[in-house]
Ligand binder design. Structure first.
Ligand code: SIN
Length: 544
């Protein structure tokens, strides 16, 4: 039997705050949803660390949108479906592409100033796009979007932002989500945030892997807490690895945007040969999964630690203007990208799977919605098309609000009438745990055995490692890092199990023992807990 909550608590003893809407997470999906919901009532947004610490802030390339007359929604839909390797939810893809430009215009009205060439928006190209359609702000598009949204929410009196709150669990009363149980990191105490409507926008789980482009907050908390609350999670075996991340020996990993290859950047091996021409007709701009595996195979063959990205032919003026952040950051490491090659490696980048939702962000739990990277509505299929993620956060965030608006009259329940008693007691295990060491081991094992290239053997050995730590659930001395580690183990376990079950290769999931796509796997693996016994159940879903 799987524990419902990670801690014992008595709601009547906790400091409690109630608002009309509760949003967990403050990236593009969370903040855009907050702005829209504010027209309906009081909104509380809670974030794990500071408001700007999220994957959105690190997004470089841009936001894909059909803006140019030379482009069409049909082509953007086709490119997205093609990247998704046969299992996208076509309805969700059409919604993304068709509603995207209106949401982007709303961002522009909020004050976002995308780069222009003369009067027109400058449109970049990224991998697997058939047209130039990526709007950008230099190479810091995510940061610019985050800033505009932060300025908007901070100036809105209906929106209350609370930073440094670690959400331990979602609170449910019978079959409805009614809020969140949080650890206040400043006061070091447990509190409750109650609401009739809870929107999960916690981002992805790149931190499960020891090589990642992701923010420190991306530890899979959203999917793990939703799963404990009874939500269905889907497609976790599909993980996107970004081909080009700079990994300094000291300091934080740093993404080198695909926009660099879109602008003509070339991947080279240690002999400075352009190798991607041997792997895909689109060469350096092939789909991310193909480029990532090609790099992995070059690294294995040549027994080297990195391959190289070459921008030198682009010219100093252009490089400094188009990629100022990459130029300045690498300068700090004594790499002058106008003259030197950039050493890069693939790293975990984007979680295609997550909490299963419909195209209005509704989960299978009443009152619980999900949007952005934590959600899985099938828009990304087995592999997300570059620069679709910021768009996804906007489009499906807005649809959550539309749904809540239309359903509001029907919901008569009041958070104050709730009956949560914290019921299932957690059996406290006396397990001595060196949390940082175990976390580092888990991340290493996830990257090497549940990473870019997988096999029955590697996945089984990862699961054997994970199962050794099942007893950590219920450890009584846990702090934030401990709760986080439990979430990571849970998310890692489902990811590895799903990857082991899926005996084929598709998109971001590559099995060297099953290297081709198989018809019988043209569907989605869904995991959940049985209602009665709280035991894991899973099934394949083929229709939407
Ligand atoms: C990048 O700039 O390469 C990342 C963009 C994305 O992941 O969509």
């Amino acid at each position: 039997m799987f524990p419902r909550y990670l801690v014992n608590f008595n709601l009547s003893e906790l400091e409690t705050r109630t608002s009309d809407f509760l949003i967990i997470g403050g990236g593009v999906a969370g903040l855009f949803t907050a702005v829209k919901l504010a027209s309906l009532g009081e909104v509380t947004v809670i974030t794990k660390l500071s408001l700007d610490e999220c994957n959105t802030s690190y997004a470089q390339g841009g936001i894909a949108s059909v803006i140019s007359e030379d482009d069409s929604t049909l082509l953007h839909v086709e490119d997205t479906l093609q990247a998704g390797a046969g299992i996208c939810n076509e309805k969700a893809v059409k919604i993304l592409v068709e509603e995207g430009p209106s949401r982007v215009r709303e961002l522009i009205r909020m004050g976002l100033d995308f780069d222009r060439t003369n009067q027109n928006y400058a449109l970049g190209r990224e991998g697997a796009h058939s047209k130039d359609r990526v709007l950008h702000v230099g190479d810091c598009t995510g940061r610019a979007i985050q800033k505009v949204l932060m300025d908007t929410v901070i100036s809105n009196k209906k929106i209350n932002i609370v930073e440094n709150l670690f959400v331990i669990d979602l609170l449910t009363d019978r079959d409805r989500c009614v809020g969140a149980l949080v650890l206040n990191l400043e006061k070091n105490r447990i509190e409750a945030y109650l609401s009739k409507y809870v929107v999960l926008a916690t981002g992805g789980m790149g931190q499960l892997f020891n090589r990642t482009s992701n923010s420190d907050v991306a530890t899979g908390d959203g999917a793990a807490m939703a799963y404990r609350a009874g939500a269905e999670v889907m497609d976790l075996e599909f993980f996107q690895f970004h081909p080009t991340v700079f990994y300094p020996t000291k300091g934080k990993p740093f993404l080198i945007s695909e926009a660099v290859r879109g602008a003509g950047g070339i991947l080279r091996n240690e002999d400075e040969e352009q190798f991607m021409i041997h792997y895909h007709p689109m060469a350096d701009l092939g789909p991310r999964d193909v480029v990532t595996r090609a790099i992995t195979s070059v690294l294995r063959k040549t027994k080297t630690n990195s391959i190289y990205l070459d921008l030198r032919h682009m010219g100093e003026d252009y490089i400094k203007k188009r990629f100022p952040n990459i130029y300045c950051t690498l300068k700090d490491y004594n790499i002058d990208i106008t003259k030197d090659l950039i050493p890069v490696v693939p790293a975990a980048h984007y979680t295609m799977g997550g909490v299963k939702t419909n195209v209005f962000g509704e989960t299978n739990i009443k009152g619980l919605y999900a949007a952005g990277e934590v959600a899985c509505n099938g828009v990304n299929g087995a592999n997300r098309l570059a620069s679709n993620s910021l768009l996804e956060g906007l489009v499906f965030g807005e649809r959550v609000v539309r749904k809540i608006k239309s359903d509001r009259e029907k919901v008569s329940f009041q958070p104050s009438s709730m009956e949560i008693k914290c019921l299932e007691t957690v059996d406290a295990a006396d397990l001595e745990l060196d949390i940082p060491a175990v976390r580092a081991m888990l991340k290493e094992i996830m990257f090497s055995r549940v990473g870019i290239i997988r096999s029955q053997e590697s996945l089984q050995s990862a699961l054997d490692f994970i199962s050794e730590y099942e007893g950590i659930f219920g450890n009584k001395d846990l702090n934030q890092k401990g709760f986080e580690l439990m979430n990571m183990f849970l998310a890692a376990a489902i990811t590895a199990k799903a990857a082991l079950m899926r005996e084929e290769s598709r998109g971001g999931h590559f099995r060297q023992d099953f290297p081709s796509q198989r018809k019988k796997w043209r569907g989605h693996l869904v995991f959940s807990l049985s209602r009665e016994r709280r035991e894991e159940v899973n099934w394949i879903e083929t229709t939407w």
